[in-house]
Write a protein that binds this ligand. Structure first.
Ligand SMILES: NC(=O)c1ccc[n+]([C@@H]2O[C@H](COP(=O)([O-])OP(=O)(O)OC[C@H]3O[C@@H](n4cnc5c(N)ncnc54)[C@H](O)[C@@H]3O)[C@@H](O)[C@H]2O)c1
Length: 446
């Protein structure tokens, strides 16, 4: 079986590589020439555990190829996956230009029947536009070649993308075509042998499923952040509340950890996009508007805690920041809470010195010399007026707190992920503030 995957970002590269790994002949296409040149050498542009080794081994086995020329890859391809980006437009809706460009390119060059299957997260109704764009190109050429479109939204998580793809909770496929259904079933067979189901549905439902899944997860996070802020005000401890509710099987203990707000390439843009689509259909999704509002506020929660502690003046204060990526095990900083914090802190006159195990290069690309970069976690704390834990990398779980305290000028610990034990931190002599836990304040002015 031969397939093409268009777009070699987090989703496209993982998709193409995992299909190659089960023996399918895959060509991954991207318009970014530098990316493709590096990929041909087995060098991947992102940090994703296990992916680079898998790319290299499949290149060696001759099953994974890379190209900048979509046209050349179409011959003999039964399926073309479109996994290009769908960034937010100015009004929050998904920008579909890349998705539609792929459809047009396929229409310009295809010679035989194929299935164009959209893996990108796209608003309901997009498949119709993809179909029309492709057909328009065929019409311009004056040819009649049959094709099908399908929707196959992706649910992988950055940081465990390979495992998620190989062992999916489910595979959702929207299609109206029997032939497409059979081909997709054959393609996914190796991944479903262990009972991971393919759920077939109509295209509109598949498109909505992806947004509903992300919106539900974002809702859990914002709900818990809201409860955490409430707990702080009423003298409750959200960690205990979380344990108390998470043990209820109807609620579950996943995605109910309070923190500095959700970020990344998916939740923020997908929540915005579905809100936008809902307005277009005269049914504004009110719950999701609240989810977004809570999240916007939550991203600056550590900044406000710092301001409170220093009585509204942080000019010249040195803030050691641990963690820059939007979550552990990725270098992705799209919509990362760290960016929002850096903006607030530097505007208020503070100096930020940051450390992240893998996202330092990405941070340099995004914020340049707005902040300083530490060579290790401790280096970020020399003479610091506060430590802000923003991303809960394993590297930050068990630091030597005696060293941490000794290095810092003022022992203020702002734990944006509640990974430290408040009582223990108190014993070390820190002023500890987590999320949803009553914090320690200095008895004298610092
Ligand atoms: N990142 C995730 O964790 C994740 C998870 C599930 C779904 N998604 C969705 O998958 C889609 C892709 O996300 P991503 O994070 O992989 O994006 P990305 O920005 O990392 O990668 C997109 C790639 O597409 C390429 N591209 C753009 N136009 C092209 C064209 N015409 N031809 C060939 N290549 C082209 C870009 O150069 C880029 O390399 C988005 O819709 C996203 O919402 C992402």
């Amino acid at each position: 079986m031969k397939i093409t995957v268009v777009g070699t970002g987090y989703v496209g590269l993982v998709t193409g590589t995992c299909f190659a790994d089960v023996g399918i002949d895959v060509t991954c296409v991207d318009i970014d020439h530098e990316k493709i040149a590096n990929l041909k050498k087995g060098v991947i542009p992102i940090y994703e555990p296990g992916l680079e080794e898998m790319v290299q081994s499949n290149i060696e086995k001759g099953r994974l190829h890379f190209s900048t020329n979509l046209k050349d890859t179409l011959e003999g391809a039964e399926l073309v996956f479109s996994a290009v980006g769908t960034p937010p437009d100015e009004d929050g809706s998904a920008d579909l230009q890349y998705v539609l460009n792929v459809a047009r390119e396929v229409g310009k060059h295809m010679k035989d029947y194929l299935i164009l299957i959209t893996k990108s997260t796209v608003p309901v109704g997009t498949a119709k536009r993809v179909k029309a764009a492709l057909q328009e190109e065929l019409d311009k050429r004056g040819v009649s070649i049959p094709f099908d479109v399908a929707s196959n939204p992706e649910f992988l998580k950055e940081g465990s993308a390979v495992q998620d793809f190989l062992k999916p909770d489910r595979i959702v496929v929207g299609t109206e075509s029997k032939k497409a259904r059979e081909t997709v079933s054959r393609l996914y067979k190796p991944f479903t042998l262990n009972g991971h189901p393919v759920i077939f549905m109509d295209i509109a439902s598949a498109e909505v499923t992806k947004y509903a899944a992300n919106a539900m997860l974002a809702t859990k996070i914002s709900f818990m952040n809201d409860i955490a802020n409430f707990c702080e005000r009423v003298g409750a401890d959200v960690n205990m509340v979380r344990n108390g509710i998470g043990s209820d099987s109807r609620i579950g203990n996943k995605f109910i950890y309070p923190g500095t707000g959700y970020g990344g390439s998916c939740f923020p843009k997908d929540v915005k996009a579905i809100i936008r689509t809902s307005r277009q259909h005269d049914y504004p999704l009110r719950v999701l508007q609240a989810v977004e509002d809570v999240n916007e506020d939550q991203k600056s929660i550590l900044f406000h805690k710092l301001m409170d502690f220093y009585k509204g003046d942080i000019r010249g204060k040195k803030i050691g920041m641990w963690g820059l990526s939007f979550k552990p095990k990725t270098d992705d900083m799209r919509e990362a809470p760290s960016l929002n914090l850096i903006e607030h802190l530097t505007k208020a006159g503070a100096k930020v010195i940051a450390f992240d195990p893998v996202a330092m290069d990405e941070a340099k690309r995004r914020v340049g010399n707005k902040i300083s970069y530490a060579k290790d976690p401790y280096d970020a704390l020399v003479d610091a007026d506060a430590l802000m834990l923003v991303t809960e990398w394993m590297d930050f779980r068990y630091p030597n707190f005696k060293v941490v305290k000794k290095l810092m000028k003022s022992p203020l610990l702002l734990d944006g992920r509640n990974i430290y034990d408040p009582e223990e931190m108190k014993k070390y002599g820190f002023y500890y503030h987590g999320i949803g836990i009553k914090g320690e304040s200095p008895s004298q002015n610092i």
